[in-house]
Design a binder for this molecule. Structure first.
Ligand code: ARG
Ligand code: ZN
Length: 858
């Protein structure tokens, strides 16, 4: 069944309070729920209480103290007839956490018990109106064997606890803040905590705990620092203060997503908690900081103000992603963080927006909500709010946010509520801007510059492409920051913000005797793709002179993209190819020589556009041709600049390990240099890589070297892969990396390697991190996934079919790579479609996978 946004109706009953009693066991957990139920005066009157369930059987139903038999089942839901305006409803259920391989609801992980309820997992624990607009205060009591589960946690503040004579103990928790069921959490296990405190701006002392398995304690320091910084930052930048006496984080190794913002009890994938220099890369450290912040920020954007229904998911996710991005910008390098965020957006969200799974940031319909935890809802959602911030200015935007929190605290709100609050608080008219919430597709903006006398006119034009279910689009307001550079002195006269809100518009600037160079969408103010005719010469100019680091990066990327597009289209003869490569080589040489650049930024400028991004730029991409051209360019650049890359590698290798920006920058350019050399001079790169690996006193260098070695066909490859495995075989997160490095590699036999790894004793379909480490890495390796004979497609389709009965949510995530079938050359297109049809034809598909497959087939 399809659920539609327009069908929203308030629930017929309020559940102001719920008391839950758990008798915990890995194989059998008994759940007794007591619900206070009151008629909702604001809803249509009904005499039936529908409580959602998923795989549950009611063992006992008690209404107002009497066991009743008047209930019935409607599919998975429990229907209880109620006549009066208020009742006490008690329900007993029993569940088996150990057989819960979906990892939704209450499940067992490594001998502990934990929960994941967003979006609809609570209904796998007990019968309840499992929808975000039903808010209740929760009292939880749990009892379990003390030796097995010494730690018993739930939301809110701790209450009484005690021991029984039979070896069990119990604990009570009370959460004073009304919340929807998706924010419920419970954890029981043998855990140890890193404990600290934070004093909030109004003087509340909060106990902070990060719970992990015993051996992991020493890797929690960075997470704790990140948490304290997040709490401080949210007070300073958004005026948001924490509201309980305790904040608990628990790390679990079996988790479908990154982490979860349950009130006062965040549950995390270990990947986003544990970090130390020996086992985590600089990128992993950033991931921990960003996700800790993200979940913490949800306490306001998500928990205090939650979502009315799941169509509003971007209300909390888009806003919280923006908040975590701004936080990370403030903690590290602002321009580098912006570049990274844009790379994710263009690498993942743009393809989604141009494929069969395209949907607006506020979708209109779904079958399975888990399928809408997407880059569009999260990352484009963040960009949409960022645009409002750009148009309003920081201060006015903050006023709008304050008004939003003030108006809707304690409520389940809508995206419309948010826009209205920003409109009122910031003093903007966002009437037309609301189209960003309803229209899918990445707007294409084309620009043409006309120079006449001393006047410069920019002719701007927008087109929003049609997407599934949305053939016709209306123009959207697109805020574009721009600057016009005088070529003679290499500077501009100030930035302008132009909002293109019609299909076509022109803006004129005067006083330009010579034709200037346009720098457009500076800082990536709008999530659009720009089409413009710029000469290579102008791009080289911007790559060298633009004072906006993002624009500088962009010019460098454009230079490469333009060249590779022409090369792949067969438009370049040998001379033209050489000329194109030379222009890129000169720009790169300038980047290497420019001592005003820091290495973190230099590293960004060295990164070639990804193959996925290049495919996105073409109507019918041929992955084989793109791969060959891109690697060819890399090899050419590596040869041309071999001495410079060797020197860079040497200079960077002299820098001792630390987490400061300078040392991180050195590590970044070091591996970049190796990547270029690997293509130009594999024998040398293999030696240097092995040297980097052996000298490494940190995971960034070690993994960087191993990544490069994994793509080569040298003895060092085998040696170092083996060494790495032996060194880290007891650390699950590093073993994940070991799988991923091989699945991602440009080695010609990557497919065979992945097949062999699937039989490795440490491989299992039961652990999502492990599945992703092998198969997501592989599906994101265009060279291997798009093997011309279709073997990569077959392998991922096999995986989907095998994983679907075990973990549908994770299985469904593997469908989207097939969505490319319309935008790829015909041979592969047919092979991809064939696999989609094979999956569609299989019986008993989960709702998750089924929905993605039928949408992908279109
Ligand atoms: N709200 C979580 C976050 O953004 C994501 C949880 C999604 N979980 C799921 N099973 N769909 O941090
Ligand atoms: Zn989130």
């Amino acid at each position: 069944t399809v659920i539609k946004r327009e069908d929203y109706r308030p629930f017929g009953w309020l559940i102001p309070e719920i008391a839950l009693d758990f008798q915990l066991g890995l194989e059998k957990t008994r759940v007794s729920a007591k619900l206070t139920v009151q008629r909702n005066a604001k809803a249509d009157r009904t005499d039936m209480l529908r409580l959602n369930g998923d795989g549950l059987t009611p063992l006992e139903v008690v209404v107002d103290g009497e066991v009743v038999n008047s209930w019935s089942m409607d599919g998975e839901d429990l229907m209880v007839p109620l006549v009066s305006d208020s009742h006490l409803v008690e329900i007993v259920t029993e569940i088996d956490p150990s057989s819960n391989t979906q990892l939704m609801g209450l499940y067992a992980s490594n001998g502990m018990l934990c929960t994941q309820c967003e979006a609809e997992g609570f209904r796998r624990i007990t019968f309840f109106p499992d929808r975000p607009d039903v808010l209740s205060t929760y009292r939880v009591r749990m009892t379990g064997p003390k030796d097995q589960f010494p730690v018993l946690l739930s939301n809110g503040n701790p209450g009484a606890s005690g021991e029984n004579d039979d070896g069990t103990h119990w604990a009570e928790w009370h959460d004073p803040w009304p919340k929807p069921s998706y924010l419920f959490a419970l954890v029981a296990g043998d855990l140890v905590a890193n404990t600290d405190t934070f004093t909030t701006m109004s003087g509340r002392e909060v106990t902070l705990n990060i719970y992990v398995r015993e051996g992991d304690l020493e890797r929690t320091g960075h997470a704790m620092e990140s948490l304290k910084k997040s709490m401080q930052w949210d007070e300073e930048v958004f005026g948001r203060e924490y509201d309980l006496d305790i904040f608990n984080i628990v790390a679990v190794s079996d988790f479908n997503m990154g982490a979860m913002e349950n009130k006062g009890l965040n549950v995390f994938n270990t990947k986003y908690v544990l970090a130390d220099p020996d086992t985590a890369t600089d990128g992993d450290f950033d991931g921990v900081e960003g996700v800790i912040a993200h979940e913490y920020f949800h306490n306001w954007s998500g928990n205090r103000v939650t979502c009315r229904d799941w169509f509003q998911l971007s209300l909390k996710e888009g806003f919280t992603v923006l908040r975590d991005q701004l936080f990370s910008q403030d903690m590290g390098s602002e321009p580098v963080k912006r570049i990274e965020d844009v790379r994710v957006l263009r690498g993942i969200q743009f393809p989604e927006d141009s494929g069969p799974l395209a949907h607006p940031i506020r979708p209109d319909s779904y079958r399975e909500i888990s399928n809408f935890y997407t880059a569009t809802v999260y990352n484009k959602g963040a960009e949409v709010i960022r645009m409002m911030r750009t148009m309003a200015g920081e201060e006015a935007f903050r006023k709008g946010c304050d008004l939003y929190f003030e108006r809707h605290d304690g409520e389940a709100a809508t995206c419309e509520d948010f826009v209205k609050a920003i409109e009122d608080g910031a003093g903007l008219d966002l009437t037309q801007f609301r189209r960003w919430y309803s229209q899918a597709g990445t707007p294409q903006v084309s620009v043409r510059m006309e120079h006449d006398g001393d006047a410069v006119t920019l002719h701007l034009k927008q087109e929003v492409p049609s997407t599934p279910g949305q053939p016709d689009k209306q123009p959207m307001p697109i805020p574009l920051k721009l600057a016009l550079f005088d070529k003679a002195n290499g500077s501009h006269r100030g930035e302008e913000l132009v909002v293109l809100d019609k299909e076509e518009a022109s803006v004129t600037f005067t006083d330009f005797a010579d034709k200037p160079v346009l720098s457009l969408n500076r800082g990536f103010t709008a999530p659009v793709s720009i089409r413009q005719e710029v000469s290579g010469e102008d791009l080289v100019f911007l790559a060298a002179h633009d004072d906006d680091p993002f624009a500088r990066y962009e010019a460098m990327q454009e230079l490469v993209v333009t060249h590779l597009k022409q090369a792949c289209a067969g438009e370049l003869d040998d001379d033209a190819r050489d000329a194109g490569r030379k222009a890129i080589g000169d720009a790169l040489a300038a980047v290497l020589a420019d001592d005003t650049l820091d290495d973190l930024m230099r590293g960004e400028l060295l990164i070639l556009p990804t193959q996925t991004y290049l495919m996105e730029q073409m109507e019918a991409a041929d992955p084989g041709v793109i791969h060959a051209e891109r690697q060819g360019l890399r090899g050419w650049l590596g040869k041309q600049l071999e001495a410079d890359f060797i020197a860079l590698h040497g200079r960077a290798s002299d820098m001792p390990y630390s987490l400061d920006a300078e040392a991180r920058g050195a590590r970044k350019v070091k591996t970049q240099a190796l990547i270029y050399l690997a293509e130009a001079n594999p024998a040398l790169a293999s030696k240097m890589g092995a040297g980097q690996y052996d000298a490494a006193d940190n995971m960034t260098d070690r993994q960087g070297a191993l990544m490069v070695l994994a793509g080569l066909q040298t003895p060092e490859r085998t040696h170092k892969l083996l060494d790495y495995y032996n060194r880290y075989k007891d650390n699950a997160l590093v073993v994940d990396k070991w799988f991923a490095i091989q699945a991602q590699s440009l080695h010609p036999h990557a497919i065979e390697h992945v097949k062999a790894l699937a039989d490795h004793p440490q491989f299992t379909l039961k652990n999502p991190n492990r599945v992703r480490s092998l198969y997501m890495a592989f599906a994101a390796n265009p060279h291997a996934f798009h093997a011309a004979d279709g073997e990569g497609y077959r392998m991922i389709a096999d995986l989907i079919l095998e994983l679907d009965p075990i973990n549908p949510q994770t299985a469904a995530r593997f469908v989207s790579p097939f969505g490319r079938w319309r935008r790829i050359e015909s041979g592969r297109s047919a092979l991809m479609r064939e696999q989609l049809e094979r999956i569609a034809a299989a019986g008993n598909l989960s709702r998750d996978t089924h929905e993605q497959v039928i949408r992908s087939l279109g």
